[in-house]
Ligand binder design. Structure first.
Ligand SMILES: [Zn+2]
Length: 178
């Protein structure tokens, strides 16, 4: 699984692009919703750490589309209150996209894959191309492999940010020439 750095960067990107309302109060709430749902599947890691067995509790059914849909639907009364002016469809879409991006990143990471189709199947799915080196908990807290993770994730984030900046620049240029 990637470290929280990659997931929080994805959540920040969604908050940045959707939160440009000029209303600071609403804006921080969008950040809270986006970052929260981008990290939500990894809440099971807290249980794993407390129980001293990360592998047993972490990256199980919480990393599935089915769980994501139920969670986002169940949280709607809260998330709608946090995002006044947003309709149900908008809030649900924002939260499921943040949640789904977490699953996408984990799917693209070196490791045992994710149970995307739970509860219909407990099979684990993994991308044939592994973009992320992953945070290797089994190596312990102080390991040089975490440096590889940091360099890998910073590079991916920088490439995506550069592509987003380039696209925005290109669209702006196109607008001014018309
Ligand atoms: Zn995860």
């Amino acid at each position: 699984m990637p470290s929280p750095l990659a997931h929080l960067a994805a959540g920040s990107a969604f908050a940045f692009f959707t939160g440009k309302t000029g209303n600071l109060r609403t804006s921080w709430r969008i950040w809270a919703v986006c970052l929260g749902f981008s990290m939500a599947p990894d809440a099971d890691a807290v249980l794993g750490i407390l129980q001293g067995s990360l592998a047993v509790f972490h990256n199980q059914f919480s990393h599935s589309l089915g769980f994501g849909i139920v969670l986002c639907a169940a949280c709607l009364p809260l998330t709608r209150r946090m995002l006044p002016g947003w309709n149900v469809r908008g809030v649900f879409t924002l939260t499921i996209v943040c949640f789904g991006t977490h699953l996408l990143f984990d799917w693209m990471t070196y490791g045992r894959g994710v149970m995307l189709m739970w509860p219909f199947s407990s099979a684990r799915f993994q991308s044939p191309v592994q973009v992320f080196h992953g945070l290797r908990w089994s190596e312990g807290v102080f390991s040089s492999t975490h440096l590889d993770t940091l360099i890998n994730e910073s590079s991916v984030i920088a490439c995506v940010a550069l592509a987003a900046w380039g696209l925005r620049f290109f669209l702006k240029q196109k607008q001014t020439t018309h």
